[in-house]
Design a protein around this ligand. Structure first.
Ligand code: GDD
Ligand code: MN
Length: 375
C-alpha cells in the first residue's frame, strides 16, 4: 500500500469514472486491473454508486481507505448512468477524464493508448469502438446485437457524425471539451456518449480505437426495458426538449392513457354490471388516477422513482393534487361555457389548466424531481 500513497501524492492526470449499481464483486478486480494497466501514470478511479442494495459503496469506501487512488461518490435516491458519469467527471479536476463500466466488459489496457492519443493529437475525445476494424461485440446473442445495431443507426442521425459506435460507454475526454458541453447535456438515461455528441454546438474532434466487448464478470446487466425507455426520452429531449420539458410530454402521454383506462372502467362498471353512473364515474376516476400515478412513477419519474412506503404517501399526494386539478377543470370550463364560449373550447381550457397544475404541483410535492433534460 505504501507504494500507492507515494505515487498518488501527485495530482491525478487521469480520472477514470466508473458508474456502478450492484457491482460489489467487480470493483476490486477492476481497480486491480487499472493499477496494472496505468503504471507510470498519475491516475485515480472514481466510483459513482447509486446506493446499490448489494453495498457496493461500502466495498468502495473500504478500498478507498486503503488506496488513495480510489474515490467514492455515493448518491442516494438517484438513478441514472449518464448523470452518474457527469457527476463523477465534475468531481474531478484532472485534465483527462475516462468513463468505463465496472463489470470488466471494457478493455482497460486501451486506456494508456487513449491518453497518448489525446495528449499528442488535436482531439477532444477518444472512443472505444466495437464496430470499427479490429473491434467486436464478443459473445452477444443475436437479439442484443440487432438491438444495438438498430439503436446505433438511429443515433447516428442525432449525432451527425461518422462515429461507428455512438452507444459506446467507454471513452476518454479532454476536460475542456466536456466543460464546453456539459451544460447542454440532457443527462437522461444510459447513453452519455450519444448525449455528448448530440449536445455539441461544434463537432467533436474524435478518434475511435477498436476493442472487443467482453463478457460481463460478476452480477447482471441493468440494460433492460427501462434503459430502452430512457433512450426514447433522451431522443425526445434532443428533438423537442428546447420547446417543452420532456417530463411534461411524458406526463401528458400518460394522461392520455388515463382517459382510456377511465372509459374502460366506466364501461365495465356502469354499462356492463349496471351500477349507477356516479358509482361508475367514481370508480373510474380512482382507477385512472392510480394507473396514472403508477405509470408516471415508472416512466416520467423513473430516475427518482418512489418505492416502499413512499409509494403510498406519493399516491396520496398525487390523488389529492389531481383532485384539486379536476375541481379547477370543472370550475373553469363551466365558467367559460356560461360566458358563451364554445363547449369544446371550454372543455379544452379546463383540461389544459388542470394538466399544467397537476404536472407542476406533483413534480414538486409528489416526486420532488429535478428538471430533466435541456433547461
Ligand atoms: N451509478 C449508476 N446508476 N450506475 C449504473 C446505473 C445507475 O442507474 N445503471 C447502470 N450502471 C452501471 C453498471 O453498474 C455498469 O458499471 C455500467 O453502468 C453499465 O451497465 P451495464 O448494466 O453493465 O450495461 P450493459 O453492459 O448492458 O451496457 C453497456 O454497454 C452498452 C453498449 O451496448 C454500457 O456501457 C452502455 O453504456 C453501452 O451503451
Ligand atoms: Mn455491462
Amino acid at each position: 500500500m505504501h507504494n500507492h500513497r507515494d505515487k498518488a501524492s501527485a495530482a491525478p492526470l487521469l480520472s477514470v469514472v466508473v458508474p456502478c449499481y450492484n457491482e460489489v464483486d467487480n470493483v476490486e478486480e477492476l481497480t486491480h486491473r487499472l493499477t496494472k494497466a496505468l503504471q507510470g501514470i498519475a491516475w485515480e478511479v472514481i466510483f459513482v454508486d447509486d446506493d446499490s442494495p448489494d453495498k457496493t459503496s461500502r466495498k468502495v469506501a473500504d478500498m478507498a481507505f486503503q488506496n488513495p487512488r480510489v474515490r467514492l461518490i455515493h448518491r442516494i435516491d438517484r438513478r441514472g448512468l449518464t448523470s452518474a458519469c457527469v457527476e463523477g467527471m465534475l468531481s474531478s479536476s484532472a485534465p483527462y477524464l475516462a468513463v468505463m463500466d465496472a463489470d470488466l466488459q471494457h478493455d482497460e489496457t486501451l486506456l494508456p493508448e487513449m491518453l497518448t492519443a489525446l495528449r499528442s493529437q488535436q482531439l477532444d475525445i477518444v472512443v472505444g469502438s466495437r464496430y470499427t476494424d479490429g473491434g467486436g461485440i464478443g459473445g452477444w446473442d443475436t437479439k442484443r446485437a440487432a438491438y444495438s445495431r438498430f439503436a446505433t443507426r438511429i443515433s447516428r442521425y442525432f449525432t451527425r457524425t461518422e462515429l461507428t459506435d455512438p452507444m459506446s460507454g467507454f471513452f476518454m475526454i479532454r476536460r475542456e471539451a466536456l466543460m464546453q458541453r456539459v451544460r447542454r447535456l440532457s443527462g437522461i438515461g444510459f447513453k452519455i456518449l450519444l448525449d455528448l455528441f448530440a449536445s455539441s454546438p461544434t463537432p467533436m474532434r474524435f478518434l475511435e480505437l477498436p476493442y472487443t466487448f467482453k463478457e460481463r464478470n460478476a452480477g447482471e446487466s441493468k440494460l433492460d426495458n427501462r434503459a430502452l425507455l430512457e433512450f426514447a426520452m433522451l431522443l425526445l429531449d434532443k428533438w423537442i426538449g428546447h420547446l417543452i420539458p420532456v417530463r411534461f410530454v411524458a406526463f401528458t402521454l400518460v394522461g392520455g392513457i388515463g382517459v382510456f383506462v377511465h372509459f374502460l372502467v366506466l364501461l365495465l362498471v356502469f354499462r356492463i354490471t349496471g351500477a349507477s353512473f356516479m358509482l361508475g364515474q367514481t370508480f373510474a376516476t380512482l382507477t385512472a388516477m392510480t394507473t396514472n400515478f403508477l405509470l408516471n412513477n415508472f416512466f416520467t419519474y423513473n430516475d427518482v422513482q418512489l418505492k416502499g412506503r413512499k409509494l403510498l404517501t406519493g399516491w396520496f399526494s398525487f390523488t389529492l393534487v389531481c383532485g384539486i386539478g379536476a375541481a379547477a377543470n370543472v370550475g373553469i370550463s363551466s365558467l367559460l361555457f356560461q360566458r358563451q364560449t364554445n363547449w369544446i373550447l371550454s372543455a379544452l381550457a379546463g383540461i389544459g389548466v388542470s394538466s399544467v397544475w397537476n404536472y407542476a404541483v406533483t413534480a414538486v410535492y409528489t416526486w420532488r424531481a429535478p428538471s430533466l433534460g435541456t433547461k
